[in-house]
Design a protein around this ligand. Sequence first.
Ligand code: HEC
Length: 165
Amino acid sequence: MHRPLAASILVPALLAALLPGAASAATAPAGKFTATAKVSSVDEAAAQGAQIFANDTFGTKQTWVPPNAFSSHAMTCAACHTDGGKSEGTTPAGAHLPSLIGAAAKYPKFKAKKHAVYTLERQIVHCVRAGIMGKPPAYNSPEMIDLVAYLTQLSKGATMGQQFK
Ligand code: HEC
């Protein structure tokens, strides 16, 4: 009994380690998510962006323990922006965040504390550095483009330009 049980645990773990792509999306561990640059629609880019949002750790070693969980999880966008950013978020430290629905339409946005105008990309870079404590994707990388596509999809129908007088 001992042997087959050990093998049944070890073989999938070994397979997952050797062939990260072999793990199904549902059981895929958080880690580096590599986006493909070639897509056939903006919806496909947004779908990849949703995967990055949920799973990419941007090389961080940071972890967090979700409410009602016993084990720690790797840090991702989803650690703070709950339900893919579609509901109100909570940082691991307990601060409340508004949902990201409609957020992309508010960019470029003036940040009074920084005396600067932030693009959506710059906000994403900020969240990767200060929130995830990882290495942000380059401004023109497929990962950045997909995140922008995903966040813009969450703003579908929102009125743009309301930040201007
Ligand atoms: C540790 C918590 C944390 C993580 C992880 C995090 N964020 Fe954020 N995010 C925040 C906080 C706090 C704010 C609001 C204040 C600020 O700008 O720092 C914010 C704001 C934002 C906004 C702007 C919302 C608005 O209405 O202007 C966007 C867009 C965003 N985050 C995207 C992301 C993306 C994409 C990721 C993953 C790459 C991510 N965040 C990871 C905490 C986090």
